[in-house]
Design a protein around this ligand. Structure first.
Ligand SMILES: Cc1cc2nc3c(=O)[nH]c(=O)nc-3n(C[C@H](O)[C@H](O)[C@H](O)COP(=O)(O)OP(=O)(O)OC[C@H]3O[C@@H](n4cnc5c(N)ncnc54)[C@H](O)[C@@H]3O)c2cc1C
Length: 499
């Protein structure tokens, strides 16, 4: 995903007030610690990305040791995945940490010694004649930035939702020039993942949300082990436990749930039984009916799944023999096709001397690069680069890597976004459990959807909700006694009630 971080915020305050009241209560008992002494409840975790792994860790740390993880691919990490290009690790999925402070992903990078660099977000913008038009683009940037603040304020007082593009036009911002389109695209499209006409003006959390961590600086992972090493280290103890089963290369096809248990069928004919399960499949997987639920999901939940947005997005890393581009962190080419061949990260900033460019593409262009042959795509990129750098000799890359998330049956896209008129009630439906089946994943967080930290937080929440349910159904004198002895003053009214 991409950056030019907009320095404003505040949806958070509004949104945090709509969180279910139960949340605060649940946190209390969980934070009181060691509530559950090794329960034998069996929990199935479906998918081993950030959400699945954070759910597993939360359960494990709280005493739920019987954890079975079922993952379709041959690795853990999901959309956090790296490969190698000319000796450099390149991230096919997530690589930016959005916000420091209390961001759990930032905290993990510090705790586990994951190497990152500060993203100063400086850019060079070039027009189709190859002229450096950064000064003009900076002015436009300030204009769009301040209009977005106005939209943000206005939408708080206006009940009905509308599209971000509608908001821009309402405040009289019109993009008639290629540079205008490039600036608007850079600030908005490459953050949300969709053209502004597809995005809600009311719920701009994707752009604003990470401010609530108390620090909105951006970091780029440049750890040679890959960003995924953060998740690997976090899960080490859980995965090493004799009570944990990690089933890789195991594809879930059917989930049967009720209010006592969950049964999962996999494509190799195996059946897994659990007292509970947490699904963490991407929204794309759920939207395309890759999993069959029995009974069918309730209408309101199905509607929420089908109407929340899921982005197509691609990374293409291009390795050149030499660097011919500008030395700022970002290079923006004001191309005429929005979202195509315009947004480059200069990887020399991440790995000095690597001479790698990262091109990000979105929406139909991201799908296009996965549909046509690689040669055609590279030829198209070369045409653009030569046009925008007419004074340089721009030779073909010596190697390249495509990310390919958009048609992979285990992802079917990149991350989710908030479309116009999707309501907070719809979001509650998206997250709500059905029977003993819980839902987590980057889409299942009302503030931080779309990000690794959102996935992480949704996994923690699903695990906490599940444990609350388990506790409410397993009131025993022994547990209550232990709580009162160990619980000190933190023991909440909820726990007392259980006794
Ligand atoms: C190109 C790209 C760039 C991104 N950049 C950033 C960034 O810079 N910063 C950021 O914070 N976020 C970024 N994101 C988003 C971030 O990667 C995701 O939000 C997050 O990793 C999602 O985690 P998750 O656990 O919800 O889902 P996933 O990581 O998708 O995990 C779900 C798991 O379920 C498995 N699965 C699917 N179907 C089945 C099945 N039938 N049976 C069993 N297992 C199955 C999948 O293999 C996968 O491992 C980016 C995403 C992409 C694609």
């Amino acid at each position: 995903m991409t950056r030019r971080c907009l320095a404003f915020a505040v949806w958070l305050v509004l949104l945090s007030t709509i969180l279910p009241e139960g949340n605060a209560r649940r946190r209390n008992w969980y934070e009181s610690g060691e509530l559950v002494e090794n329960t034998d409840a069996k929990v199935l975790i479906l998918g081993a990305g950030a959400a699945g792994l954070s759910a597993a860790k939360t359960l494990y740390d709280a005493g739920f040791k019987h954890i079975t993880i079922i993952e379709a691919t041959d690795r853990i990490g999901g959309r956090v995945k790296n490969t190698e290009l000319a000796g450099y690790p390149v991230e096919l999925g997530a690589m930016w940490v959005y916000g420091k402070g209390s961001n759990p992903v930032y905290r993990m990078t510090r705790r586990y010694g994951i190497s990152t660099i500060y993203d100063n977000t400086d850019w060079t913008v070039r027009d189709v004649e190859g002229r450096n038009v950064t000064a003009r683009a900076d002015n436009l940037y300030d204009k769009v930035d301040s209009i977005i603040k106005e939209i943000s304020q206005f939408s708080k007082t206006y009940e009905q939702d509308y599209s971000l593009a509608g908001g821009l036009r309402y405040f009289d911002y019109r993009t008639n020039t290629d540079i205008g389109v490039a600036v608007e695209g850079t600030i908005l499209d490459f953050e949300t993942g969709v053209p502004s006409k597809a995005h809600s003006a009311k719920y701009l959390n994707m752009i604003e949300g990470f401010e609530d961590f108390g620090n909105n600086e951006l970091l780029i992972c440049n750890d040679r082990r890959g960003f995924v090493s953060m998740l690997e280290i976090m899960s080490e103890e859980v995965l090493a436990s004799a009570d944990t089963q990690l089933n890789l290369d195991t594809v879930v096809t059917d989930i049967k749930y009720d209010s006592d248990s969950v049964r999962v069928d996999t494509s190799d004919g195996r059946v897994f039984d659990g007292d509970y399960a947490i699904t963490t499949f991407s929204l794309g997987v759920l939207q395309k009916d890759k999993i069959s639920f029995r009974p069918s999901l309730p209408f309101a939940k199905r509607f929420a799944i089908d109407t929340f947005g899921f982005v197509s997005f691609s990374h293409i890393f291009l390795k050149f023999d030499y660097g011919f581009w500008d030395d700022t962190t970002y290079v923006i080419l004001a191309t005429t096709i929005r979202g195509r061949n315009s947004f480059f990260l200069n990887m020399n900033v991440v790995y000095p001397g690597s001479n790698i460019l990262l091109l990000s593409l979105l929406d139909v262009s991201a799908e296009w690069v996965e549909r046509v042959g690689e040669g055609e795509v590279i030829g198209n990129i070369m045409e653009t680069l030569r046009k925008f750098y007419p004074d340089q000799y721009v030779d073909y890359p010596v190697d390249y890597v495509f990310s390919r998330w958009n048609f992979d049956p285990f992802y079917l896209g990149a991350w989710s976004y908030w479309p116009p008129n999707f309501t907070l009630e719809d979001m509650e439906q998206l997250i709500a459990p059905v029977g003993h089946l819980y839902f987590a994943g980057e889409y299942a967080h009302e503030l931080h959807y779309g990000f690794v930290h959102g996935a992480y937080l949704s996994g923690v929440r699903a695990a906490e909700d599940l444990m609350t349910d388990w506790l409410e159904n397993h009131k025993s004198e022994k547990e209550c006694y232990e709580q009162i002895v160990n619980g000190t003053l933190i023991v909440t009214a909820t726990i007392m009630e259980m006794c």
